[in-house]
Every structure is written in C-alpha cells, then in structure tokens.
Write a protein that binds this ligand. Structure first.
Ligand code: UDP
Length: 316
C-alpha cells in the first residue's frame, strides 16, 4: 500500500513517514520545507519538495497512492492571530486543493491531522468528540473548516476519512539516522522550553493563578509515536463513505508544574523557572476523552510523560 504523506518533513509528518516505512508501506512525501526540514525526510521515501498549493505537484505526488495522511499545515496559534490569511490559504485552501486532487486521481482514503484547538475553550473536560467546537483562533478555525470539508466529501463522493484531533504532542523518535524531534522556530511549546531553560534565561510559567489544584494550566500530553500508531490504526479502520472524528491524547492531564517536576527528574537537577502573567488565549484545562479512540481504533497510548520528556531531552 502506498501512502502520500503531506508535510512529511515536519515534526509529526516525518515521524509518520519513518514508522510507515518500517511497517512496509511505500511512502511519497510532499512538503515545501517552509517549516519542515528536507533532512528529516526518510531516504526510503520518494520526496517531492513542493507546495500542496500547486495542483500539478499534488497530481504528481499522488501517482500510485492508495491513501493520504495529511499533515501539511501552518500550526502556530499566535501567528494565526496576526497573520490569519496564511492559515486560511495553507490549511483551508491547501486542503481543498488536496481533496480535489485526491478525487481527480481516484484516491479515496484520508487520515487528517486535526486538533483540539477546534474545541476552543471547552466548557467540558474531558472533551469528547461531541463537545461543542468553538475555536478561539484562526488556526483552530481553519482546521475545523477542513473537518467540515472532509465530512461533505465523504457524504457527496464516498471519501473514507478520519480526522484525528491531537491534544499536546511531545517526545521524539530515534531512527538509524538520528532523532526526529520538535525543531520549531520560534519554539513556543512547554517541554522544549523547559529543557532549554538556563539561569540566564529561565523558562516562564504562564500563570500560577489558574483555577487548578496547583494554579498552573493542565494539558493532555501524548507521545508522537503513540500518535502515529493511532494514525496507522485509523488508516486500517477506514469505512467507505464515513468520516470519523477521533480525539488523540493520553486521557489524563498534567499541570505545567507537574511537567516541570517530571523534567527535573529526567535531568536529575532543578530547572530554572519563573512565574509570569498568563499567556493570551490559554484555557485553564484541556484534557481528551479518548474512549472513542480506544473503541474504534483498538488503540491506547503506551508511553508516559517521563518518556516524552526523556526522548525530547536525548534528541537535543
Ligand atoms: N507553557 C508555559 N511556558 C512555556 C510554554 C508553555 O507555561 O514556555 C504552558 C502553556 O501556558 C500551556 C502549557 O504550558 O498551559 C502547554 O503549552 P504549549 O505551548 O506547549 O501547548 P498548547 O497547550 O498551547 O498547545
């Protein structure tokens, strides 16, 4: 089976490429390397360094493919607020062009990288797939628009699809050619920032007055390898003409202070940290209900917060 992985040079996409190849899938990759790295693309894959905004490139990359895993996207919440047009163009319009190209080329299976940001500041925790979607930024809104597009494509044309709504992805994958890890620039995520913290430039805890037991925000962290295992199970469980929406997290939450403590344990030393004001747009608690993933995919996360932190640390 041959899979087109869009965004296969990014953190999550490149991890998917490597694991798919290890499992015996053939893989094509399309990525313009605007935020990804060509060196992260496994050399066993066929790599098209092109944008998903080019229909001819999509036609080329889809040749011989049976399915698509669609990761190519802009994914910085803050950037999406100040430059929304990029998010509507790459995420929404890029996905529209991909769906058109899939139809033109007779490719009828899709696994899409959606996000918990589609739920916004949820009133419900844990969040189920039936919780209200109310994104609070253009990033989440553009991903939700794609979920709607995919549902319509399934109803109208029989596309078999799964939208996987990620909570907080962390960790890294060790391959024969080194680590595949988060390399965002600028880096905004908690775990890389913790590992990078120094006395001169301590990590900031964004708010200690949240309505949580220790006053810091709670998030649901999932190891990138567990996440990709779920993608493969989603691909194997697609139903013709159906679009499943499935949350992916660990089903439990950790506060910023708990993640800090886990990182200090991995490093065997204290990590410099200072409390600052809340970050705009942060909800207090985001935790996934993952019962649907367990039931529909027969999947469950295997890797602990400790291993997410230690893999991220080793990959540095
Ligand atoms: N966070 C923090 N300091 C940082 C980065 C993040 O305190 O340097 C907090 C952030 O406010 C949130 C949690 O850590 O509560 C996870 O943030 P991240 O940016 O990793 O992911 P998000 O939940 O925004 O997708």
């Amino acid at each position: 089976m041959k899979i087109l992985v869009t965004g296969g040079a990014g953190y999550i996409g490149s991890t998917a490429v490597s694991i798919l190849l290890d499992r015996g899938f053939d893989v094509n990759v399309i990525d313009d390397c605007s935020t990804g790295y060509a060196a992260s693309v496994d050399s066993r894959a066929t790599f098209f360094q092109k944008s998903i905004l080019e229909p001819a490139a999509l036609d080329y990359a889809l040749q011989g493919c049976d399915a698509v895993m669609h990761f190519a996207a802009k994914s910085l919440v803050g950037e999406s607020v100040v430059k929304p047009e990029i998010y509507w163009e790459t995420n929404a319009y890029g996905s529209r062009l991909l769906l058109n190209a899939m139809r033109r080329n007779g490719v009828e299976k899709l696994v899409f990288s959606s996000t918990a940001a589609t739920y916004g500041d949820s009133k419900e925790n844990p969040i189920t797939e039936n919780s209200a979607t109310s994104p609070t930024n253009p990033y989440g809104a553009s991903k939700l628009a794609v979920d709607y597009m995919i549902s319509a494509q399934s109803t109208a044309y029989g596309l078999s699809a799964a939208s996987l709504r990620y909570f907080n992805v962390a960790g890294a994958l060790k391959t024969e050619n080194g680590w595949l890890a988060e390399k965002h620039n600028p880096e905004t995520h908690l775990i890389p920032n913790l590992l990078r913290s120094t006395p001169e430039s301590p990590m900031k805890i964004f708010g200690t007055d949240w309505p949580t037991p220790d006053g810091t925000c709670i998030r649901d962290y999932i190891h990138v390898v567990d996440l990709i295992e779920a993608h493969i199970k989603a691909l194997e469980n697609l139903t013709p003409g159906r679009h499943e929406i499935i949350n992916l997290g660990s089903g439990g939450g950790y506060s910023v202070k708990e993640v800090l403590a886990a990182a200090e344990k991995v490093l065997g030393r204290s990590i410099p940290a200072i409390a600052t004001d809340r970050r705009a747009g942060d909800p207090a608690v985001l935790v996934a209900d993952i019962s649907k993933a367990r039931a529909v995919l027969g999947w469950q996360p295997e890797r602990s917060l400790q291993s997410m932190v230690s893999d991220a640390w080793e990959s540095f």
